[in-house]
Ligand binder design. Structure first.
Ligand code: ATP
Length: 135
């Protein structure tokens, strides 16, 4: 069994898609280990997206992720990292995410792509420590 960090980003929370995302995670058979609706400060945002520091969209990405409440979750199950990335769909909601995925069904723009899921065991470990130091 494996753990991954999932976020419903401010666009998803604002649009009332928290239940939709949690429902899909549960129906897939993955388990919720921790769940919290929270404000994201500048410091946490920078650490979470450290790998994108220096990219042209880094500033607007930080502005976006700190613009409203985020639902953060630790999700567990067999191959949880890949399983959630399959549920999410590709980064670009139109060009990459298939219909039937969260981004494919509800997203239009690459920045406002509703959810985040860790992309490797190393990222998952780092991100879970960052968002849920107590878990
Ligand atoms: P996440 O890390 O949020 O799960 P991802 O792994 O699919 O997404 P990354 O390439 O790591 O995608 O990009 C992180 C986030 O930065 C994306 O989810 C998106 O919100 C934003 N982003 C990525 N590329 C762009 C871009 N070209 N323009 C604006 N925002 C972008």
């Amino acid at each position: 069994s494996e753990r991954t960090l999932v976020l419903v980003k401010p666009d998803g929370v604002e649009r009332g898609l928290v239940g939709e995302v949690i429902g899909r995670i549960e129906r897939k058979g993955l388990k919720l280990v921790a769940l919290e609706l929270r404000e994201v400060g500048e410091e946490l945002a920078k650490q979470h997206y450290a790998e994108h520091d220096g990219k042209p969209f880094f500033g607007s990405l930080l502005e976006f992720i700190t613009s409203g409440k985020v639902l953060a979750a630790v999700v567990e199950g067999p191959r949880a990292i890949s399983a959630f990335r399959q549920l999410a769909g590709g980064t670009d909601p139109v060009d990459k995410a298939a219909p039937g995925s969260i981004r494919g069904d509800f997203g239009l723009e690459v920045q406002f792509n509703l959810v985040h899921g860790s992309d490797s065991p190393e990222s998952a470990e780092r991100e879970i420590k960052l968002w849920f130091p107590e878990v």
